[in-house]
Design a protein around this ligand. Structure first.
Ligand code: PMP
Length: 361
């Protein structure tokens, strides 16, 4: 079997160099004689590492000083409820774009905590495929406490590449596109992400929050989800997921060594373009998203006959190409090509796809 390439949507592949370093350090981290999981989060060596990880993330994203960077638990979905409880009052109206599966889940969670969730815009079928409604057709509320959207819908492979120009503070679920390209953080009120795609182990989450939004959280918010409390305690109000934080720190250092987000962005766009170009030229494979709204992280594609799906996946696995099955809600295939996926992985996938088409297409 050739080298393995893991196209899983998440938990997703991590940089091999990061895994090797974690392996080397597992039994004896930082000369402590024990693993990083076995020392106190109050230990000066751990605190030093944790603060350095935060600083590296701040450097990578150029996070302005008037933003808190929080390391939290509960993954992406944890933030679906943390956001309304922290930055909206129970009688507030909030605006959400409904662009796919994950936006839908975020909306249903927010409905528990505010009096009105207004769906301001949706996806639609256009002449060039599925697309997100144009901002001029969005129905924004007069006084929304915030505007929430998911710039990269992991399941649907649909993305909004422009940062919306709206009055309310913007909240973005960047679980599947954080750190994939340069970002102007100053345009956002809150950016959050579950870790298991571009950051590290699942269950961990990052929230980047504009300090001016941290007023009174709702009364019932659990303390571990209270942004203000966590900010005050350096994200160590409760015992953090110390291993995930450590691994995220290694990923941030790896990203810096790769040339930061400008170079990651170029690499990611190139990888995605290779697949879209191939699929667009083929009569056998298809992608149904309008090119202007295509994700550079998650590339769904369909075979001309879905009865061949199983054979495709079986053959792919034999070639060392893993995790290509589309999400159970939508079927088909999906290649997730996060930061850690090298261009060689994409080339191996395309070579397999061409072979499969030749034999069975
Ligand atoms: N938002 C997006 C965009 C996601 O892709 C996911 C997970 N695939 C989530 C939220 C939920 O994350 P978690 O499973 O960590 O709660």
């Amino acid at each position: 079997m050739s080298q393995l390439f893991n196209f899983s949507a998440g938990p997703a592949m991590l940089p091999v160099d990061v895994l090797k370093q974690a392996q080397e350090e597992l039994l004896n981290w930082n000369g402590q004689g024990v693993s990083v999981m076995e020392i106190s989060h109050r230990d000066p060596a751990y605190v030093h590492m944790a603060r350095e990880a935060e600083q590296d993330l701040r450097d990578l994203l150029n996070v302005p000083d008037d933003y808190e960077v929080l390391f939290l638990q509960g993954g992406g979905r944890g933030q679906f409820s943390a956001v309304p409880q922290n930055i909206a009052s129970p009688d507030a109206t909030v605006d959400y774009l409904d662009t796919g599966i994950w936006s839908g889940f975020a909306i249903r969670e927010a409905e528990k905590f505010v009096s009105r969730v207004n769906v301001a815009g949706q996806v639609q079928e256009g002449a060039k495929g599925k697309e997100i409604q144009s901002p001029k057709d969005w129905k924004l509320s007069e006084n929304a406490a915030y505007f929430h959207y998911c710039p990269n819908e992991t399941v649907d492979g649909i993305a909004l590449h422009e940062i919306p120009d709206v009055k309310a503070p913007i909240v973005a679920d960047m679980s599947s596109n954080i750190l994939s390209e340069p970002l102007d953080v100053s345009k956002f009120g809150v950016i959050y992400a579950g870790a298991q795609k571009n950051i590290g182990p699942s269950g961990f989450a990052i929230a980047i929050v504009k300090k001016s939004l941290l007023g009174e959280p709702q009364k019932q918010v659990s303390s571990i989800m209270d942004y203000q409390l966590q900010a005050k305690d350096g994200s160590m109000y409760n015992t953090p997921n110390t291993f995930a934080w450590y691994l995220a720190g290694l990923v941030f250092k790896w990203l810096k060594a790769q040339g930061g987000l400008t170079s990651m962005g170029e690499r990611n766009r190139h990888k995605a373009q290779l697949i879209y170009d191939f699929v667009d030229k083929s009569d056998f494979y298809s992608n149904k998203i309008n090119p202007a709204y295509r994700s550079i992280m998650n590339v769904p594609f369909q075979l001309a006959d879905d009865k061949l799906d199983e054979a495709f996946l079986k053959g792919a696995k034999e070639e060392g190409l893993l995790g290509l099955k589309g999400h159970r809600f939508v079927g088909g295939m999906r290649a997730s090509i996060y930061n850690a996926m090298p261009v060689e992985g994409v080339e191996a996938l395309l070579s397999y796809m061409a072979d499969f088409e030749r034999k069975l297409g």
